[in-house]
Design a protein around this ligand. Sequence first.
Ligand SMILES: Nc1ncnc2c1ncn2[C@@H]1O[C@H](COP(=O)(O)OP(=O)(O)OP(=O)(O)O)[C@@H](O)[C@H]1O
Ligand SMILES: [Mg+2]
Length: 316
Amino acid sequence: MNIVITGSIAFDYLMSFPGDFLEHVKPERIQKLSLSFLVDEMRKQRGGCAPNIAFSLALLGEHPIVMGTAGLDFGEYRIWLESSGVDTSGIKIVPDVFTASFFVTTDQQQNQIASFYTGAMAHARELSFYDFDRPVDLTIVSPNDPEAMDKYPAECKALGIPYIYDPSQQIVRSSPTSLRNGVEGADILIVNDYEFELLKDRTGMTDADVRAAVNRAVIVTLGAEGALIWADEKIKVPAVPPQQIVDPTGVGDAFRAGLIKGLALGLPWEVCGRIGSLAATYVLETHGPQTHYYTLPEFVSRYREAFGEDAFTSII
Ligand SMILES: Nc1ncnc2c1ncn2[C@@H]1O[C@H](COP(=O)(O)OP(=O)(O)OP(=O)(O)O)[C@@H](O)[C@H]1O
Ligand SMILES: [Mg+2]
């Protein structure tokens, strides 16, 4: 099965602030905001939605193809992905610019302040599904260059490729028309609860409109509350309690990886959601989106502890 993962490719600069941002934000002074936080920890990590999703999918035994653009600093990242089981043949290097970079500082309350430098990602619009030499069975359109996020759904519809529409944090950057085009004809829409409200606000669509526009399911993730999968009926999927919460960066991407694994195996919705929940929990327990590790048997055994026997444990 050829699974193509589109989305940003980025380095994450993760910093921790040993305090509470809100104590430093004075409401009477916000006309001119100038804040500087002395951080005591910084990690440079491999990130971006597409490699994050692909990395967890590879741990789950798939060999996903990443489609995206990266910059002159990508060399070591490519080796890492290839050695993790990700097919990087769909990644194009843009000379003379850096790979997109995400700078995020997290405080003690898990509040975050972030900036995203686009870099090579702005060229993702130059890639095309028409250039693939293999048939594509399933793809996901994850946060990326806004023009690329308009182009890919249109191409998928023209080519008959089922796509998961994952506009997430790019909803604020997308026009109502772009969002509607992405939602309409998507195989699956996936967003978190906040993004779902934002999407409806921006498009003027109701819950029912959104559901009617999407072919198979609307999936809304609910953080520690798990997820809601709205296929023929609404299915509530529980989260898997983490042993410890270290860093939430990348949980959403890992959930998508688990979901796609379930879809690749043709499993029922609630099982796909459970795989997503457990894949997300592993990411919550480590710093950054690609530092977790498990073998497939380890994953299945923890899955069994969380959910008991089901269609997933019986076919793996
Ligand atoms: N505190 C938690 N405990 C257990 N599972 C969690 C927790 N937070 C998130 N998850 C899991 O991760 C999934 C996605 O989380 P969430 O809805 O917060 O996504 P998100 O807001 O898109 O995350 P991201 O910050 O990666 O964009 C949830 O459906 C759940 O399975
Ligand atoms: Mg998210």
